[in-house]
Design a protein around this ligand. Structure first.
Ligand code: SF4
Ligand code: SF4
Length: 252
């Protein structure tokens, strides 16, 4: 026992400093960030054709637009000048915020009164049809490194005890009703977070038969976490954003 205590003292603190300090390169690797189109894309049509999930489209004049809600970070567009180093933001409060460059959005993000809950929230996770990678990244929040509990974020096994519904995976037809029922079971105030591009834009499964559409078509979504899969700090950012404690959004 004493040797374990000695090791712990020698190693010091291993838990992430996020969100008190910015995410490190290991916590938010370059390819977990958004692809930024260059000012000029010499081979615009080639770049659009290279994207395997239709995340790139022509925009105004000779411009090009990237949709983070579809992008799986495969980096094929890097050969056409795209840059992955620009954004440190990890989640967005509305779907339009996932478009780069942005488009004028509608009424804006839904106001979620979760701040009423103080500094603690309970989270219920639903897998609507994932490949399991997003589940692993979300559940990493409970390990000693990310230690979401230190931020007042707790996972619960019942939607009736939850404030936040986290959904991973592309909603399949079979999961439509369970997702809706889980949403209805959450007491108000409540919020929904779409984790990964699958529930946002379908990701690699967007052309698969038997899908029920995007999560937004089933329930109101309050935070969008792009990535395939997203980094755990991106999921943390989304939950903290609901509480008005997002590092990225307060940094502007
Ligand atoms: S990283 Fe891949 S998926 Fe994302 S925009 Fe580039 S080519 Fe498309
Ligand atoms: S977003 Fe990517 S990693 Fe997450 S469930 Fe879909 S395919 Fe898997």
């Amino acid at each position: 026992m004493s040797s374990w205590v000695g090791q712990a003292i020698r190693r010091g603190r291993l838990t992430t400093r996020y969100p008190a300090e910015p995410a490190t390169e290991l916590e938010l690797p370059m390819l977990a960030r958004a692809p930024r189109p260059p000012a000029v894309v010499p081979d615009r049509l080639g770049a659009i054709a290279a994207c395997p999930v239709a995340a790139l489209s022509a925009a105004g004049g000779s411009g090009i637009r990237a949709d983070e809600g579809r992008c799986i970070r495969c980096a094929r567009c890097a050969a056409h000048g795209f840059d992955f180093s620009g954004s440190a933001e990890c989640s967005r409060p509305d779907r339009a915020g996932l478009l780069v460059p942005p488009v004028p959005s509608g009424p804006g993000a839904r106001a979620v009164p979760l701040r009423q809950l103080g500094r603690s929230v309970h989270v219920f996770l639903v897998d609507a049809g994932s490949c399991n990678a997003c589940n692993h990244e979300v559940l990493a929040l409970t390990n000693p490194y990310y230690d979401a509990q230190r931020l007042g974020i707790f996972f619960t096994n019942s939607p009736r005890h939850a404030d936040v519904l986290l959904v991973v995976g592309v909603p399949t037809a079979e999961m439509t009703e369970p997702v809706r029922r889980a949403f209805e079971a959450l007491p108000s105030p409540k919020a929904v977070v779409a984790v990964g591009v699958c529930p946002i834009g379908g990701g690699v499964f967007q052309s698969t038969p038997g899908l029920a559409g995007s999560l937004e078509e089933l329930v109101p979504v309050d935070a969008f976490v792009p990535g395939c899969p997203p980094a755990p700090v991106s999921v943390l950012d989304a939950i903290l954003g609901l509480l008005g404690r997002s590092r990225a959004r307060t940094e502007g």
